[in-house]
Design a protein around this ligand. Structure first.
Ligand code: FES
Ligand code: FE2
Length: 418
């Protein structure tokens, strides 16, 4: 453990415009984060489209804890903890499938997909014992918004709607880009393992200061003009929605340019079926506005990143290790745009993709840097002098300013002090 002179309490490590390096590497702080954030807050788990049929299941997680997201035989979505109550064996080792029951591989106890114990193997050894109360652990609260399934390990607390607050609008904006109003996360997930603390990833998702430098090479080869969004002249904004939710809002730039599908690097001529569907669903005027505004770039605390055309799910597995689960957004019933969404996702965040590799290099360097003792404090003051409040009451500033990072730490401190 690295020695430090910083005060022991968490409040001594977080100030409005700087945070202490210890927050990223201290094992005790990480354990406290699991208790106070990951096992208490609402955390994104999965999407209903991943389990469309009765008895479908998929293996997910809440922080390091494995969770089975299940649709039971009556169609209800449930979140079960993937642990056999007999001797604690991991119950299900498959990533996904369809089954009404789960049988533990160790001593063959069988459970229904609603969590109840159905039967013991060699049942004579349990004569007279009740099966009631010997079921699987469950995530006590489930909240679903437009197909996005969240779970909270806390029995009580604010509703998912109150928790999402203004960030709900980002999920709406994403879904509105679908001609059916629905997204599907059915393209399969890639997993990127990063040797860095989860908060470096969380902060970076809405950091508009780094792309011009870290992603300079990809912007150059694609000649996309994206670099301008992250320049001094950009009208794009950073936003703090409160509750730790943050955004990089590109709409002012796209509206200034006023070209439908420019946000996706294409135009209406290239996606005629999609455009026709959008016009039919929303009417030409609203459809045009949606296609100009594009999809959001919003980080829903602590783990759901809507990255315009991808969904990233952050999963901390250790104080210095994080997995990013990545998939392409798919718009239900829109095959022409979906194909391009998958292709662009592979190019940017696939195994040989350029974008995420750049970021991952930065995360791991961040973590190595955090372990160096001097200087101990990291600076988050960018754009403080030009912060302002938008028409909905949320704090905003220039696209390269650190409004999101200050917002994240403010919420983090509140949770860790509760
Ligand atoms: S640990 Fe599961 S049946 Fe024994
Ligand atoms: Fe990046």
């Amino acid at each position: 453990m690295i020695q430090t002179d910083a005060p022991a309490g968490i409040e001594g490590l977080i100030e409005p415009t700087r945070v202490h390096s210890r927050l990223y590497y201290d094992r005790d702080i990480y354990q406290e984060e699991l208790r106070k954030i990951w096992y208490r807050s609402w955390v994104y788990v999965g999407h209903v489209s991943e389990i469309p049929q009765p008895n479908d299941y998929v293996t997910k997680s809440i922080g390091p804890t494995p969770v089975l997201m299940v649709r039971d035989r009556n169609g209800e979505i449930r979140l079960l903890l993937n642990k056999c109550p007999h001797r604690g064996n991991q119950l299900c080792a498959y990533r996904q499938g369809n089954r009404a029951t789960f049988t533990c591989p160790y001593h063959s106890w069988t459970f229904s997909n609603t969590g109840e114990l159905i039967g013991y193997a060699l049942a004579d050894g349990y004569e007279g014992e009740s099966k009631v109360g010997v079921g699987l652990g469950t995530v006590p609260r489930i909240g679903i918004y437009r197909g996005f399934v969240f779970g909270s390990m806390a029995e009580d607390g604010e509703s998912l709607m109150d928790y999402l607050g203004g960030a709900k609008a980002a999920i709406d904006q994403l879904c509105d880009n679908s001609p059916t109003g629905e997204v599907e996360l059915t393209a399969g997930f890639l997993q990127h393992r990063t040797k860095a603390n989860w908060k470096f990833l969380l902060e970076n998702e809405t950091d508009g200061y780094h792309p011009g430098f870290v992603h300079g090479s990809i912007f150059q080869v694609t000649k996309s003009g994206i670099a301008n969004l992250y320049g001094t002249e950009s009208t794009a904004l950073t936003r703090d929605y409160g509750n730790g939710h943050t955004e990089f809002d590109l709409r002012p730039e796209w509206r200034r340019l006023g070209e439908p599908l420019k946000w996706f690097g294409t135009n209406e001529q290239r996606l005629p079926d999609y455009v026709a569907q959008m016009n039919a669903t929303y009417g030409p005027e609203r459809a045009r506005q949606i296609m100009i505004d594009g999809s959001p770039h919003t980080m829903i605390f602590p783990n759901l990143f809507i990255a315009e055309i991808q969904i990233f799910v952050l999963q901390p597995v250790a104080v210095d290790e994080t997995i990013q689960h990545v998939t392409a957004v798919q718009f239900k019933g829109a095959p022409d745009i979906n194909r391009r969404l998958r292709q662009q996702t592979m190019g940017s965040v696939g195994p040989a993709g350029l974008l995420l590799a750049d970021d991952t290099e930065m995360y791991e360097r961040n973590h190595r840097g955090a372990l160096i003792q001097d200087p101990e404090w990291l600076i988050l003051s960018r754009g403080l002098h030009r912060e302002r409040i938008d028409e909905n009451g949320y704090r905003i500033a220039h696209s390269t300013d650190e409004v999101p990072q200050r917002g994240i730490w403010k919420h983090y401190l509140k949770l860790m002090q509760e």
